[in-house]
Design a protein. Structure first.
Length: 97
């Protein structure tokens, strides 16, 4: 999803940028929440079952071409290792957005 980063500051006059904060707070995730959501999506147990797909939260957007399926074994190992290394399962409980 979309996150509130400083990348948009170049599209608005510098004096107006601070005034856009309330709107950005309502519509966008913080950069940390966006990064956490991306990591959580990739490290969930179902990630090994849905390799090669684009997701927007819980909604599947697109399936990647089948030629990338050769990477599935590596991806499964990577997800298992990263899940253990980050202890994301324990951190993920209680996070709702």
């Amino acid at each position: 999803g979309m996150v509130d980063s400083d990348l948009g500051r170049n599209s608005v006059h510098p004096l107006l940028w601070p005034f856009t904060k309330p709107l950005r707070m309502l519509l966008l995730r913080s950069a940390a929440e966006g990064a956490y959501a991306a990591a959580a999506c990739g490290l969930q147990p179902k990630a090994t079952e849905s390799f090669g797909r684009y997701w927007d939260g819980e909604k599947q957007l697109e399936d990647l071409p089948l030629e990338r399926m050769g990477d599935k074994q590596f991806a499964n190992k990577l997800v298992k290792w990263a899940s253990q290394a980050t202890m994301l399962d324990q951190r993920f409980t209680g996070y709702e957005r």
